[in-house]
Design a protein around this ligand. Structure first.
Ligand code: ACO
Length: 323
């Protein structure tokens, strides 16, 4: 059977690093509060010349180099983002063009922080359905552009950046030992929209709008939702937490990550953490953490890697990948 194996991974971060201390001059907050409540110490913030497209392009080029491939080898680009360069065309199409690819197809996926988990699942289906052989799956965001910089309950939490993986069609035997995307579980529920949303849009206000979040309310739901989809993935794959080599969660809050890992029985040393360095980069957070895990020599070929994310919508999901 056809599987979608990971052939390469890459990332790109804006030049400018913004520390927690800098926020003390903007809003009533402190480095100690931010670290204790979230685990965040710094985040990267895009300058005017850095966009979702430029960061996504750079991450894609790094992933291609890591894979030993050229842009021409790619026949599908899937970009997970909630902060596109324009309302349309899709920023994925712009990235496809920036890479010099003039064949195949490209599209954006919008599932907020769960975007990459949705995108890699979708890319896997396009490969297994025979539509594409090599796919760039990118998560790229510039959330700094939709933050209300006077709202201390949200502006300290987010950062900008991009991560990318190259998936390639490969022959598998249909077992848990196959390389590639092995199982996935995706969910959404619009009933909780007002707890995390952007208060603008082309069809309502005609503006871009700002991110609004009832953080405590989101927190209350997060661990239960995350662990539900992970247990679904474990059941589908016929595995338990003990079989996982690396847990790569969405990096929103260290306390949510710790509580989820504890509830599932995943050992602390198997968890990839980047929230301290990047803050919450929404759809970019999981591929940035994957790239970090590979660069650190942690995630290696053959490892069983569990991805999860939860975000606005609500949307949430988990994916199991044999690296
Ligand atoms: N600095 C200092 N004090 C602050 C700050 C700040 N930056 N922000 C809030 N406070 C205050 C609050 O006003 C509150 O004060 P009060 O008790 O006088 O009312 C107090 O700190 C505690 O606030 P809580 O909101 O209860 O703090 P909590 O421990 O819940 O932490 C946080 C807040 C970090 C936002 C947490 O709730 C969280 O991480 N939520 C989930 C976020 C998330 O996972 N989002 C999903 C992904 S994002 C996406 O999809 C786009």
């Amino acid at each position: 059977m056809i599987r979608s194996a990971v052939r390469g991974v890459g990332s790109s971060l804006p030049r400018r690093i913004m520390t927690n201390k800098e926020f003390e001059k903007l809003v009533e907050t402190s480095d100690a509060w931010i670290v204790q409540r979230t685990g965040i110490r710094q985040r990267h913030i895009a300058s005017d010349d850095e966009t979702t497209a430029s960061l996504g392009e750079a991450a894609a080029r790094n992933a291609l180099e890591n894979a030993g491939l050229k842009p021409d080898d790619i026949d599908l680009v899937v970009l997970a983002t909630s902060t596109p360069n324009n309302t349309f065309p899709a920023t994925a199409v712009e990235i496809q063009h920036r890479l010099g690819i003039d064949h195949g197809y490209a599209f954006d996926m919008q599932a907020v922080c769960s975007g990459f988990v949705y995108a890699i699942t979708t890319a896997d289906l396009h490969i297994r359905g025979g539509l594409a052989r090599r796919v760039l799956v990118i998560g790229s965001e510039t959330f700094s552009r939709i933050l209300d910089w006077s709202d201390r309950t949200t502006c300290v939490l987010f950062g900008d950046g991009a991560g990318a993986v190259v998936l390639e069609a490969t022959e598998g035997r249909g077992t848990i030992e196959d390389r590639g995307v092995l199982a996935a579980s995706l969910r959404s529920d619009g009933a909780q929209k007002e707890k995390l949303y952007v208060d603008g849009g082309p069809s309502t206000t005609g503006t871009v709008g700002h991110l609004r979040m009832q953080g405590r309310e989101v927190f209350k739901h997060a661990v239960g939702m995350i662990t539900d989809v992970i247990e679904d993935v474990f059941a589908k794959a016929g595995i338990t937490a003990a079989d996982i080599d690396w847990f790569v969660p969405h990096q929103a809050n260290k306390r949510i990550i710790d509580a989820s890992a504890k509830k599932l029985g995943i050992a602390e040393e198997k968890v990839i953490i980047t929230v301290d360095l990047h803050g919450n980069t929404s759809a970019a957070s999981v591929p940035l953490a994957l790239a970090h895990g590979v660069e650190q020599g942690k995630i290696r070929r053959g490892d069983l890697v569990l991805l999860e994310a939860m975000g606005g919508g609500f949307t949430w999901g988990a994916v199991l990948v044999r690296w």
